[in-house]
Structures are given as C-alpha cells and as structure tokens.
Design a protein around this ligand. Sequence first.
Ligand code: SF4
Length: 290
Amino acid sequence: MISFNSIHELIDLAKENNTTIGNIVLTYEEESSMKPREELKAAMLENWQVMQESISRGLVNNEKSLSGLTGGDAVKLFHYNDKGYTGGTVMMAAANAVGVSEVNAVMGRIVACPTAGSCGIVPATIKAASEKNHNSEDEIIEALFTAAGIGLVIESNASIAGAYGGCQAECGSAAGMAAGALVQLAGGSPDQVGHGVALAIKNLLGLACDPVAGLVEVPCVKRNGFVAVHAMVAADMAMAGVESVIPIDEVIDAMDRIGRSLPRSVKETAEGGLATTQTAKKISKRIFGK
Ligand code: SF4
C-alpha cells in the first residue's frame, strides 16, 4: 500500500518505481479509494473539461462581477498577447488564469485547485504549456494527479486556506502545484518536479490575504494571472537545472510557520493591507454601505 507524507517521499516512490509522481498519486488514490484506475482517470478528465470550459468562457467573457470590480481583463490580455513582452505561451497562461478567476467572480463553474480564489493558476498554465508541448490527454491527466499530490502534501503539512495561512497558502500552493505539473509535462525528472515546486512556493512566502471588501476579486483575479507566470518561470528554472537550496518539504514547513505568525488582519479578514486602503474603504462603503 502506497503512502506519503512529504514531497520527498513522493519523489523517492517515483524514482524507485521508475515512473512519474502523477502515476504514484494515481496508484495511491486507487488504493485508498478502492476505485478502479480508469474511473479515477475519467473523473480527472471531467475536471479537466470543466477547467477548459472555464478558460474558454473567461477568454470571451466581458461580464462584470456584481460588485463591478472585475471582469473583461482576460479578453484584453488575450487580444494584446502577441504585442507584449511576454507574448505567446506566458501571456496566454496569464490570460487563461485571469479568465478562470473572472468566471469564478461571476459565480461561474470552476474547479477549485486548491481553492476557488486560486482556481485559475493550475488550469491556465497546464492549458498553455500542453498546447506548446503538444501533450496528450493522458499526459495532462497524469500532470493533474501530480498537482493533486502536491496539494495533498501541502494541505497535510501546512495549509491551503487564505484564512489560515494568508495568500501564500492559496496562490502559493497553486503555484507549487502548477510548477510541479508543468515540469512533469515537459518531461522533467521527479527531482526536478520537487525543485520546481520549491522554487515556486519559496518566492511567494509571506503573501498577504487582503481582499478588498472581503470579495475574492481584488487583488485575487489579477494575482491569478501573475502567479501563473511565476509558476511557469519556476518550472523553466527547474527544467534548466536550477535547484532550490532549501528542499521542498522544508519550504512547506516554512510556509506553515509563516502562516501561523501572520497577523489575523491579513488572513482573509479584510482588516489589513490593500483592504484597508482609502480606495478599498470607499469601495466597501459603496457595496455594503459600511
Ligand atoms: S488574496 Fe485571499 S481571497 Fe484572494 S486569492 Fe489570495 S488567499 Fe484567496
């Protein structure tokens, strides 16, 4: 029976079995849920279809959220794409991520990965990367299992909730999940997956959760776009052979300790940071009358 409590254990299992981390996570799911492998893969494929639908909707969606704070930016990015410094795959990942997040802001259907606030990062990057690499559907599903396994370890050893650990726990975790999946999609080794995850999370440690008016819109929607790009750079660094000096499981421990020591005001309470700027207060008054 396969079990793991750390990314290091996942990497070792993949190496011992001469397979990918995604495949190990799939076997773990098979054994723990007692469901056939094909059923689990079909369920993940369904998630991938929902993810793709949310990307497609986001890229044509000009609908503003009820608050009026977000909506229509993914369309702008999509049309600007080739003119930009980051034009191509990177800008596409940003556009996809902002699009999915905007769909979430209008109560559209998304896959929380790991949360609704950070729902754009994993699908956006996998979509952009798999189109560039021409990955098969099977490879994409396996990469999604890699992302799921990384999320599982983070949830067990730190947190994936902004209310508990700040935005490093939501968008930081999503960045790690995405970076690991992208390394696998690019054919990287299990060790490189670990470095990609570590590089991605390490550079988002301490990120505040300070949503304006308590809505998952500002800074969340655009942040999904930025963090998608961040995850791509982390994956590229790992694929180029760059290594994280601090091993991934120690990075996750650091994330947990930082999350515990962050003040309550930047843990989704809207009592600090951006949420207490003059403009944010005016927005809150306009929407909620206080
Ligand atoms: S700022 Fe807070 S609410 Fe927004 S995505 Fe980050 S953790 Fe979620």
